[in-house]
Design a binder for this molecule. Structure first.
Ligand code: VIB
Length: 219
């Protein structure tokens, strides 16, 4: 089993917990109140802007031109492709990316951003890669599972679900895993353990993010 295959296997339980959150289940069923989805979209816009900043440091640590090209292809996905549906929703809410600049991140979001920045500040290239990968890989895993369920097709959020469940997106995830295997797969066991713990930590922060809107409602 390759380094990344091992990591994916280890992290499936956390990603399944993400699927089981009230937020994700209600999104699949189409029952999620639009106000909750709005809060998620606004928070996610803040998150994505900060997520993109971490790639600056990843590129700084890059060892080859190929690596730089891979990082900026991911970055353009974050700021352009991924943005299309998000911007569409923001428009429906009467907002643009400029409005996002005035909104504060909720604590769960801030925690995740702090973790990304902390890893970017102190970590090496592999460590930074482990912090940013779960975000991409967990979404493909979660949304492909959702899209398999017929209920999702009828959900008002189907455009959002199908976007991340896309086959081309899954292919990109496979490429990013192959890259991570090449970059980090031959490190010492101690170093790989450290990378695994960073990846796992990011997975739990993803789970907190999914629980965020629901937590607020309960409070
Ligand atoms: C909290 C949070 N976590 C993950 C994603 C998903 N995501 C962020 S960047 C990216 C693709 C990079 O090519 C993907 C799939 C999100 N939107 N918000």
């Amino acid at each position: 089993m390759s380094f990344m295959e091992g990591i994916l296997k280890q992290n499936k339980p956390v990603w399944d917990k993400c699927i089981a959150t009230t937020f994700v289940q209600e999104m699949k069923e189409g029952k999620l109140p639009i106000e909750d989805f709005k809060e998620y979209m606004v928070q996610d816009s803040i998150y994505l802007k900060n997520y993109a900043r971490v790639y600056g440091k990843a590129i700084y640590h890059a060892e080859t031109l190929r690596e730089i090209q891979l990082y900026y292809s991911i970055l353009s996905f974050v700021t352009d492709t991924e943005s299309a549906i998000r911007l569409n929703y923001l428009r429906q809410f009467g907002m643009t990316d400029d409005d996002i600049e005035f909104i504060a991140p909720l604590p769960e979001n801030q925690n995740y951003i702090d973790f990304l920045f902390e890893t970017a500040k102190r970590g090496n290239g592999c460590e930074i890669l482990m912090a940013v990968l779960p975000c991409m890989l967990s979404y493909s895993y979660i949304f492909r599972k959702l899209a398999e369920e017929p209920e999702s097709l009828k959900s008002r959020y189907w455009d959002f679900i199908s976007d991340y469940a896309d086959d081309r997106y899954a292919d990109s995830c496979k490429e990013w895993c192959d890259f991570a295997d090449k970059k980090c797969g031959s490190l010492s066991e101690a170093e790989q353990k450290k990378l695994e713990s960073i990846f796992e930590r990011a997975g739990y922060l993803e789970l907190d993010f999914w629980n965020m809107a629901y937590q607020r409602k309960k409070a």
